[in-house]
Each structure stands twice: as structure tokens, then as C-alpha cells.
Ligand binder design. Sequence first.
Ligand SMILES: Nc1ncnc2c1ncn2[C@@H]1O[C@H](COP(=O)(O)OP(=O)(O)O)[C@@H](O)[C@H]1O
Ligand SMILES: [Mg+2]
Length: 250
Amino acid sequence: MLEIKGLTVKYKVEGKECLALHHLDMKLEEGDICAVIGPSGCGKSTLLHVLSGILSDYSGLVTIDGGPVDPKQKRIGFVPQNYGLLEWANAYDNALLGLDIKHESRLGQGPYIEYILKQLGLWDIRSKYPSQLSGGQKQRIAIARSFILKPHLLLMDEPFSALDAITREEIQDLFLEVWKENKVSTVFVTHSMEEAVYIGRKIAVMSPSPGRIVKVLENPLFGAGNLRLRDEYYRFVMELRKMAKEEWSN
Ligand SMILES: Nc1ncnc2c1ncn2[C@@H]1O[C@H](COP(=O)(O)OP(=O)(O)O)[C@@H](O)[C@H]1O
Ligand SMILES: [Mg+2]
């Protein structure tokens, strides 16, 4: 469904060119989840900005279902690193923004919307505004928005980074539950090895800046259940950490 060949992105900073991504190749099959890990500054967010259509100044080939990236044609859900909330809209309206932009009715969606907001611990604060909320609460609104949209392609940029450990685990499980129901094709950026192994069916490892994908692993533990209680999980995380360290120290 998603194919990237030779993606190269350069930013201009004070007249100088800065190479952010260099010949990045990647594929995502329909219904797959790819966790992308990479060191800070390697271009993870840049990659998602290209895929979400925010950044169109690039070279290389990026196609979704064989066509160009066009958020107007494709339902692309994006949880940006800075949450992307409207300050003048309350939590409820922010969570439904994806539907509103697509001019889709909120009617008939009520029970699902309520379920998602309750599961994310947002129901009781739904009339509050972003300025009255914590970082973790804002992050959960951005996640709710993407779940409520039921996108064709879901892009998440370190979506659980502002959450405390327990909430983070609960919401990782909620993500997997929602994914199982809808099988949304997902690209998930994280710098956490544990999270990549918990959530990714595939794990793509990026090089340091300028970023490209240097390895793609099939996650043998994906969907195995009760992962956090299993030794294999921690062993695989350790192997991944070792491998990534080698890639990133070159
Ligand atoms: N809007 C921008 N203008 C100039 N340089 C940028 C911009 N956004 C990102 N960069 C640079 O591009 C590189 C990749 O950034 P980013 O994609 O945010 O990395 P990551 O998300 O992996 O931390 C970094 O060197 C960063 O400083
Ligand atoms: Mg980033």
C-alpha cells in the first residue's frame, strides 16, 4: 500500500542545505504495522511529514496505493510530535477534528467516540481546552483523533512519549486492540526499543542523520500476547538494542 524509493529531503537553513533523509527506501503492506526506530535527529519526523503530505519538497518516489500522497484523497491519520491541537477548541471538538475536516457526520459514531474517549481517560475532561490540560492529556487527545478518524493510513510520531509508564502501557494495549478491529496500516515512530517490539509487526531501523532505513526486522513476538511477562520479549529488546547500537555508532 505504501512504497518509498530513494526518498531524499533537504532543508534550507540560513542559505545552507541540510540533508535530512538520504535515499530512504521502505514498503508497508496493507494492514501492517511498521515501527520505525532511529536516533534523535535522524529524520523520523521528516519521514512522517512527507507521508502525511505536510512536506512536499522532496525527491524520490512516494506512493500510496500506487498514487501520489494526497491527504484529500486518502484518509491519513497523523499524530504529530507536538499533538497538533487547536487551542480554541475543547478536547471533544479537537478529538473529532479529523471527522469534521472530512465533512463526515458525527451522527451514528457516538458510541464509538464515547468508547475511545473513555478508554483514553478523556471523557470527563472533554469540555476543557488545551491550555488547561497536561502534556499527556493533550497527547491522548491527538491519539483519540486518529482512532476516531479510522484512517486508511495511520502515522504516529512518538505518540506515547508524554505519558507516564502505566498509562503508556494501557494505551499501547488500546492501540493494539483498536488495530485488531480495523487493521489500519500504520507507521509508528518511536525511540523506544521496548515500544517497537511491543507494537511493531515489522521494525525498521534508521541510520543516524541523514536518515535511511538500514534494516527491517520481522518481529517474531508480534501478537504473542502477555508480552510484558515473557522473557523472550526482553531478550528480543536486548538484541535489537545491541544491533541498533552497532548501526548508530558507525
Ligand atoms: N523545518 C526544518 N528546518 C530545518 N531543519 C530541519 C527542520 N526540521 C528538521 N530539521 C533538521 O532535519 C534533521 C531531521 O529532523 P527530524 O526529522 O525532526 O528528526 P527526528 O524526528 O528523527 O528527531 C535534523 O537535523 C533537524 O535539525
Ligand atoms: Mg521527531
